[in-house]
Design a binder for this molecule. Sequence first.
Ligand SMILES: [Zn+2]
Length: 41
Amino acid sequence: MAVFKCAECGAVLEARCKPAKCKNCGAEKDKLVKEEAPKKG
Ligand SMILES: [Zn+2]
């Protein structure tokens, strides 16, 4: 599972692959920045 953060609204989306759009604000995928998935021991 990867985490993508929207640069427009700051929403964090979890998905197996890059979403086409931000679910929150509808920003296009080039606004979505992949982040490292949080790893907790
Ligand atoms: Zn957004």
